[in-house]
Design a protein around this ligand. Structure first.
Ligand SMILES: Nc1ncnc2c1ncn2[C@@H]1O[C@H](COP(=O)(O)OP(=O)(O)OP(=O)(O)O)[C@@H](O)[C@H]1O
Length: 585
């Protein structure tokens, strides 16, 4: 991609993100804060111009050995510096307030998209053409980094343009003299040469900085990914070792998996090291030029103006004033050079964050995976499956699902051998699984799915028992009664403590799932191997209780054996057996 195309794409991305950050109810407040910070920056520019004039007055007073005038200028100096510091501090304070306002807005929008469009489900690796890596980092860090960069760069850019125009005018008024020299016998005079020298000097330096720093953007992008991958690997280990999910922690420890975990972590960290080395090399190459440039940019102007001084065209004060104006122009023009690294990192942030939001809005399907499932609202309150055949995201077809109309309150077992598509069918009925064909007409009302593995959602015992409802909406006495009936009464004593969910066994977690069913009272309850860890006596007891609690609820049960204690109305075979059913029909 050419530099111009990259610039255009980055500006478009930054513009999209900036519009989002500055939208919403706080937009007027944000706009006012932005305008105030900008005004304070302009005040800073004005003070800098006053300081340029101060140079002349002070050094001329020194040259004239006028002590009183020099002392007066010392007071002027402190006044200007005091005003400059006050303006800077006020601008910094307001900028930080704006930063949290816009960051909160952007984060809220990112979370709305991430959760509201179920992008967290769709954009997992293996599910779409462009899975999003480390979305947590993008939402948590990139929103902050984007707003920081946006404020820093736009405010600076606008202030720098205003400053540049002002400093240029000052430089123009001071550089009335020309440079005369002879080249190959021809007399050449460059009028106001100091004015032309400044942009030429900076243009050459900018071109060189960009050429040397080109690889940095890609490397910064990769750095965020490597660091996030490493951190994520550590988080996975922490989650695995989380006391709530005891089995998985056990499985690492009992398999003596520490060495395997270490290999995985070392592999991720090796990526961090390789990327770091590449960044070091690229920054060194760029620094070989920018560092000396940075140190000379303030002194070189004095050298350039020396011919005029020795020709008697300017006084010492004039020389200092000129040097000051010239270095202000060059440092302002050199903003790109000094900010190159931060700009490169900002471009990478824009790319990542915009990529996440775009992908969340319209997840790109995997090529070859059909998405032809028709979804209708059921007109008769029954769940209809007509000609449904599901596929995996990469396009492998599973066996057709037999047609069914499952009326409200029915109890249906979805059976089939392992890997035939039972869980996938539940995801399709739930509206998540989009790969396949046929028609699914889903009735309204409340649906609750208890997935295999009985995961515990973060929060305490009460939250877990009512998830996703707010426990405040439920009577605590009723929650306690349900938990006690399910044999979880011993956990109530620990309610509110950090360890209230620690070490729950798989069977206990499944009982907590049944508590959710009893408390949330869904119209349709989907159980995916939700009682598989219970012994048959307990399962029979609890299922009989649950059916009595939820007499009008329809049960869709995925299990390898019919749950004890639950009379069935129908069996929906999934897999090759379904074919034989179709043939018999
Ligand atoms: N994200 C995915 N990418 C690729 N293949 C997938 C994906 N999800 C599921 N599959 C495949 O789809 C098929 C059906 O999976 P599913 O989990 O529905 O089986 P199941 O009948 O519930 O199995 P089990 O009884 O073992 O739980 C399997 O072959 C599985 O490997």
């Amino acid at each position: 991609m050419s530099t111009l195309a990259v610039l255009g794409a980055t500006l478009a991305r930054a513009g999209r993100l900036a519009r989002l950050a500055a939208s919403g109810p706080g937009r007027w407040r944000g706009g006012a804060l932005y305008a105030t910070v900008l005004a304070l920056n302009f005040l800073g520019v004005w003070i800098s111009i006053r300081l340029i004039a101060w140079n002349k007055a002070f050094f001329d007073a020194l040259e004239a050995l006028d002590g009183a005038a020099a002392l007066a200028q010392v007071w002027v100096f402190f006044l200007l510096v005091g005003a400059s510091a006050a303006a800077w501090l006020a601008a910094d304070w307001l900028r930080k307030r704006l930063l949290i306002l816009w960051r909160a807005r952007l984060t809220a929008l990112a979370l709305d998209l991430w959760l509201g469009t179920r992008a967290y489900w769709q954009l997992r690796p293996g599910f779409g053409a462009h899975p999003v890596e480390n979305p947590d980092q993008r939402v948590a860090e990139d929103c902050r980094k984007f707003v920081e960069g946006l404020l820093e760069f736009t405010l600076e850019l606008i202030s720098k343009i205003v400053a540049l125009v002002s400093f240029f005018a000052v430089l123009w008024s001071l550089s009335g003299f020309g440079l005369a020299f002879t080249l190959f016998g021809i007399e050449i005079t460059i009028p106001r040469y100091m004015v032309w020298l400044a942009p030429l000097y900076v243009a050459l330096a900018t071109g060189l900085t960009h050429a040397l720093g080109r690889p940095l953007k890609g490397l910064y992008f990769a750095r965020e990914r490597c660091e996030a991958d490493f951190r994520h690997a550590l988080v996975q280990l922490r989650e695995t070792a989380d006391s709530v999910v005891r089995e998985t922690a056990d499985s690492v420890a009992l398999s003596r998996g520490e060495a395997a975990e270490r290999r995985r972590l070392d592999g991720r960290f090796a990526g961090v090291v390789t990327n770091w080395r590449a960044i070091m090399r690229a920054e060194l190459i760029q620094g070989l030029f920018t560092r000396p440039y940075f140190q000379t940019v303030l002194r070189v102007p004095t050298f350039f103006a020396l011919p005029a001084y020795f020709a008697g065209q300017v006084t010492l004060g004039g020389l200092m004033q000129l040097a000051s104006a010239f270095s202000q122009v060059t440092t302002t023009l050199s903003w790109f050079i000094f900010s190159y690294r931060d700009l490169a990192a900002f471009v990478a942030v824009c790319e990542r964050l915009d990529g996440l939001l775009q992908a969340a809005r319209a997840p790109a399907p995997l090529p070859g995976a059909p998405q032809a499932i028709r979804r209708d609202a059921s007109s008769d309150g029954a769940l209809h499956l007509d000609g449904v055949r599901l596929a995996t995201p990469e396009g492998r077809w599973l066996d057709p699902v037999p047609d069914r109309a499952i009326p409200p309150g029915a109890r249906v077992l979805i059976s089939g051998a392992s890997g035939q598509g039972k869980t996938t069918l539940l995801a399709a009925i739930g509206g998540l699984w989009c790969w396949g064909e046929g028609r699914i007409a889903r009735p309204g009302g409340r649906w609750l799915m208890l997935p295999a593995g009985a995961p515990i959602f973060t929060g305490g015992l009460m939250e877990a028992a009512c998830y996703p409802d707010d426990p405040a909406r439920h009577d605590p006495a009723r929650i306690a009664a349900v938990l006690t009936r399910l044999g979880l009464g011993h956990r109530l004593a620990a309610a509110g403590r950090a360890d209230e969910l620690s070490g729950l066994s798989l069977g206990e977690r499944q009982r907590l799932g049944l508590a959710r069913a009893a408390l949330l009272r869904p119209d349709w309850l989907v159980l995916d191997e939700a009682t598989a860890a219970m012994d048959t006596a307990l399962e029979a007891d609890l299922m009989a209780w649950l059916v009595a609690e939820l007499p009008a609820t329809a049960f869709l049960i995925v299990a390898h054996r019919a749950p004890v204690g639950l009379p069935l109305d129908d069996i929906l075979p999934v897999g090759p057996t379904a074919d034989s059913e179709r043939r018999t029909a």
